[in-house]
Design a protein around this ligand. Structure first.
Ligand code: PMT
Length: 426
């Protein structure tokens, strides 16, 4: 387990979270033993933790372990004769301020997503109004199965905070995403939800009051009235950032180039075709923004002159003179006012982190999100992404496993919210 400073639970944590009532649900997977570290981390932060387990979880760790550490009866079956409270799923669920489930198996996630309440843990989920944090852990194939991804998407849409599993070697010997996230990160996510004061189900509103301006999609640089230079950006990544920011309470405006993905509901979209138009729209709107996220794939070059009529085909080679387009991100950063957080993206095929770091420094950004285009499921025109999030204050970049673009967007916004909190404390 990382030390307490590194997971955001510093010495002050004990006072800040003293007496906060947290339920820890443990379901049956090989990672169940790591729930002990989650319990200890929450307790060190000052929380009062009660534990509920599935019957399968008891095959990996005994309830006695959690009882000894939590000092309370551990509920597995509310109807068991030794249970002091025969309707524990109601009393327990309604007396806690946060429900953390770690590890959450594919089965438990499926039941939560579909409202199945056939044991203590799943009944507690359904009977509770508290915000919920789930930390999935399972075999990679099970995690990436469309059914599990669909169920996780349903949970997110219901306002559940999902702490993404890590990638690595699994107990079954395969290598890929599915390993329970670091217990320190699960504790940090839980405390973040508590800190945000979320009572009642619904996404954490940690970006309430922020006005987020996002660029997305591809620009088109016209050669003549029928031809243009462009790229494969679908707009999905930027729209995911917009959707995630809106669900966390921000007011969102998207300046979108050419896109094939649909924009999310509840955000304002302004269209721009070329890099020049996108630049003008951004510079018009950025004065009202508190966060700027540049996810667009802006053409770096455009024809120096656009032909007025269609260029006729001939057997001769055709040369085009290209000139650089305005660098929108660099211009926003150079002209920024106090308080504007500026986040760039970098699409890279080699030396991914080094190149992204260089862009972050050169353009003076608060954070940059590096897409590794060599990875399957990453980058342009995919539903998923593989990103590394680098922030100016943290020298160790967070390399994330394959995940949906919406999840990746939330991970980027976790950093935005953290940077905002930091800026308020200095
Ligand atoms: O739209 P999708 O299909 O979902 O694909 C997502 C994506 C791969 C396009 C996205 O995740 C991404 O990486 N966007 C940035 C791609 C890119 O153009 O990277 P870059 O390294 O060339 O540019 C660096 C940064 O400067 C980017 O934030 C870019 O928006 C910005 N830029 C670049 C050139 C320019 N003239 N103006 C800019 O603002």
């Amino acid at each position: 387990m990382p030390d307490e400073q590194s997971n955001g639970v510093g010495a002050a944590g004990g006072a800040e979270f003293a007496g906060r009532r947290v339920a820890l649900g443990v379901s049956g997977g090989i990672a169940a033993y790591k729930a002990v570290e989650v319990l200890r981390g929450l307790q060190r932060a000052g929380c009062e933790v009660r534990v509920g387990m599935t019957k399968r979880a008891c095959e990996f760790v005994t309830p006695l372990t959690f009882r000894a550490l939590s000092g309370s009866h551990v509920v597995v079956d509310d109807y068991a004769p030794e249970n002091p409270d025969p309707i524990a799923h109601i009393t327990f669920s309604q007396s806690v301020e946060l429900f953390v489930v770690a590890p959450a198996t594919a089965n438990v996630i499926a039941k939560f997503a579909n409202g199945v309440a056939d044991d203590f843990l799943t009944s507690t989920y359904l009977a509770s109004n508290a915000p919920v944090v789930v930390a999935p852990a399972m075999n990679t194939t099970m995690l990436l199965h469309p059914a599990t991804q669909r169920n996780l998407a349903l949970l997110r849409a219901d306002g559940v905070r999902v702490v993404e599993p890590d990638a690595g070697e699994m107990a079954c010997g395969t290598i890929g995403p599915g390993r329970l996230s670091d217990p320190g990160l699960i504790v940090a996510a839980a405390l973040e939800v508590l800190r945000a004061g979320g009572r009642g189900r619904g996404p954490v509103q940690d970006l309430a009051g922020e006005r987020v301006l996002v660029t997305t999609g591809a620009t088109r640089e016209e050669i003549d009235p029928v031809r243009f230079i462009s790229n494969h950006s679908s707009g999905r990544m930027g729209f995911a950032v917009a959707e995630a920011a809106r669900s966390r309470g921000a007011e969102v405006l998207v300046v979108a180039g050419s896109t094939t993905a649909p924009p999310p509901a509840g955000v304002r979209v302004v269209r721009a075709v070329s890099a020049g138009e996108m630049r003008d729209a951004v510079m018009r709107e950025v004065g009202g923004a508190t966060v700027f996220v540049a996810a667009a794939a802006v053409a770096d070059y455009r024809p120096a002159a656009r032909a007025g009529g269609k260029i006729k085909k001939s057997d001769a080679a055709l040369s085009l003179t290209l000139e650089p387009t305005p660098d929108i991100l660099a211009e926003v950063s150079a002209a920024r006012r106090d308080g504007l957080l500026v986040v760039g993206f970098a699409a890279e095929t080699e030396r991914v982190v080094e190149n992204a770091l260089e862009k972050m420094r050169r353009k003076n950004l608060d954070a940059i999100v590096a897409n590794d285009l060599t990875q399957d499921g990453a980058g342009f025109d995919t539903e998923t992404n593989v990103v590394t999030v680098i922030t100016r204050d943290r020298q160790t970049p967070a390399a994330l496993p394959l995940m949906s673009k919406l999840d990746a967007a939330h991970r980027v916004l976790d950093e935005v919210a953290r940077l905002r909190r930091l800026s308020k404390t200095v």
